[in-house]
Each structure stands twice: as structure tokens, then as C-alpha cells.
Design a binder for this molecule. Structure first.
Ligand SMILES: O=C(O)CCC(=O)C(=O)O
Ligand SMILES: [Fe+2]
Length: 269
């Protein structure tokens, strides 16, 4: 994995709300990530591996956007080790400009052959805290191309909208209809090679094209919360028991559900 991001990458992230980091994983690391994540996805799907079957015609639009395999790090020791790498946390802290970070959730997002597009959305409005310092890493396990569903981003949109909930609907224009200020921003496709990463500001508007190929577009993502963020009352990935114990404004500091993978005060160097 790369050691660190450069000042110009940090500057681009802060300005545009995303940055493409080429060569994020080494060849060996990419092989390991593919093995561990494929195995965890198959396990979570009751033993069903990816077998080239098209997304087909599952019930409802969203079911055909991608396979969304959540919280693989909680069931797979191998994925746990990959996601808890403090280096991932340090790079995310450097980009977001924060001192300590917790995992909000990890998920594999796999566009099967002939999957629908991912409509434009922001991530933070789904989550149980409001923050302009939330960030995700999106690591591609396959080349992500214009044909198979690469990400599209509205650069600079991370400061233009509020935290009001807005789901991922079926229509690409839904978010812009809610926030007309986004209408003049040209969406930027971000084509990337397997083993690259894209860091995404939690508030930047982003989506992805459909997969118009016979192959998979596999991505492994991890979403991060700045340490110290507070509960906003929304329901997302917290356990029923933890959710029930919280009042709005409480600091989200449960180390089991929201592991703090990096803190500058704990870092040796
Ligand atoms: O992979 C995709 O199609 C969408 C990714 C995304 O929205 C995310 O990682 O937050
Ligand atoms: Fe997203």
C-alpha cells in the first residue's frame, strides 16, 4: 500500500471532494484483497461465489445496481486485518484533516454483468452522524471503466448541500432536482485500474454508470467517521442495543462497533 498521499493530492481532495490514487495496492496486496474479499462475499452469500451470472431481473431497481455486501470485516478475520490497517486510517486522516478516525462500515460493492447505474447521492445523509469530515476509500479489485460502471463525481459539490436525508432512487436526476445548485456541475467519470483507490468526501455527490459488460466490477469500500462525531438520531448500521442506548448529541465512541483504527496521539511515528 502506498505510504502516504502527497500535498497536491490532499489539496485536490479538499478542493474537489475526491482524489484518485493510482497504484494504491501492490500486485501482491491486490491478489490478497481479491482472495479475502471474494471468500468473505461468498461466505456472506451462503456459499454462492461470483459465477459470471448477469444481474438479471431481480425484484426492484436497486437490487440490480450491485451486490452490496456489508460489514465483511466483522465475519472474516482476513478482511478484518485488511480494514484495520492503521495506514488506511492515517491516509484518511491526512486527507480529511483530522487526528483520529473510526470505521463507520466496510462494504464490497460488486456490479455484476448488466447491472444498473448507481444514482447520484451523498453518503453522510444515510449515516447516524452529521459531519463534513467523513471520508470513504473505494478500492477497485477490477479495472473500473466507462463500460463497466466507473464512479462519476460532481467535483466541488461537497459543500453545496445539507444533511437532509436523500436516498438513492432510480433516477439519475433526483439529487439535482432536490438541490438545483448541482445542475451546473459537469459529472467527472473516474476510470481506474485494479488496485487503485478513490477517496470520496462523505458529502460529495457521486454515482456510477451501469455495467454494460459480461464481467464484474468489484470494489471494496470503507467508510470512516471522524473520532468525536455525535449521534444524530438516524438509523443505519448501529446495533439495535447501541442505537437504543443513545440520545441525540451523544459522542459515538463504542470501540466494538466503531473501531478507532488510527489516532495521531497513539501513533509512534
Ligand atoms: O460503487 C458504486 O457503484 C457506488 C459507490 C458509492 O456510492 C460509495 O462507495 O459510496
Ligand atoms: Fe456512495
Amino acid at each position: 500500500m502506498i505510504e502516504s498521499v502527497s500535498p497536491s493530492q490532499i489539496e485536490q481532495f479538499r478542493r474537489e471532494g475526491f482524489v484518485h490514487v493510482s497504484g494504491f495496492l501492490s500486485e501482491d496486496e491486490l491478489t490478497t484483497w481479491r482472495q479475502e474479499i471474494d471468500a468473505a462475499v461468498a461466505q456472506q452469500r451462503g456459499g454462492r461465489s461470483l459465477d459470471g451470472t448477469p444481474a438479471g431481473n431481480k425484484d426492484g431497481h436497486y437490487a440490480n445496481v450491485f451486490l452490496q455486501q456489508m460489514l465483511l470485516s466483522r465475519m472474516s478475520p482476513g478482511v478484518h486485518e485488511l480494514m484495520h490497517n492503521p495506514q488506511l486510517g492515517r491516509i484518511a486522516c491526512d486527507l480529511a484533516g483530522i487526528d483520529a478516525i473510526r470505521i463507520w462500515h466496510d462494504q464490497a460493492l460488486i456490479k455484476e454483468p448488466l447491472s444498473n447505474a448507481t444514482a447520484f447521492h451523498r453518503d453522510v445523509p444515510f449515516w447516524s452522524f452529521d459531519s463534513h469530515q467523513a471520508i470513504s476509500v473505494w478500492v477497485t479489485l477490477d479495472d473500473a471503466t466507462l463500460q463497466n460502471g466507473c464512479l462519476y463525481i460532481l467535483p466541488g459539490s461537497q459543500t453545496m448541500t445539507d444533511f437532509k436525508p436523500a436516498g438513492i432512487g432510480e433516477n439519475m436526476g433526483e439529487l439535482t432536482a432536490q438541490y438545483p445548485v448541482l445542475a451546473d456541475i459537469e459529472p467527472v467519470p473516474v476510470t481506474v485500474s485494479a488496485g487503485d483507490a478513490i477517496y470520496i468526501d462523505g458529502m460529495v455527490a457521486h454515482g456510477a454508470g451501469p455495467n454494460m459488460t459480461t464481467g464484474y466490477r468489484r470494489a471494496m469500500t470503507c467508510a470512516y467517521m471522524p473520532d468525536g462525531a455525535t449521534f444524530n438520531g438516524k438509523r443505519n448500521i448501529l446495533s439495535d442495543a447501541y442505537q437504543a442506548s443513545l440520545s441525540i448529541g451523544d459522542v459515538l465512541d463504542n470501540d466494538e462497533e466503531l473501531p478507532r483504527i488510527f489516532s495521531r496521539s497513539m501513533a509512534v511515528s
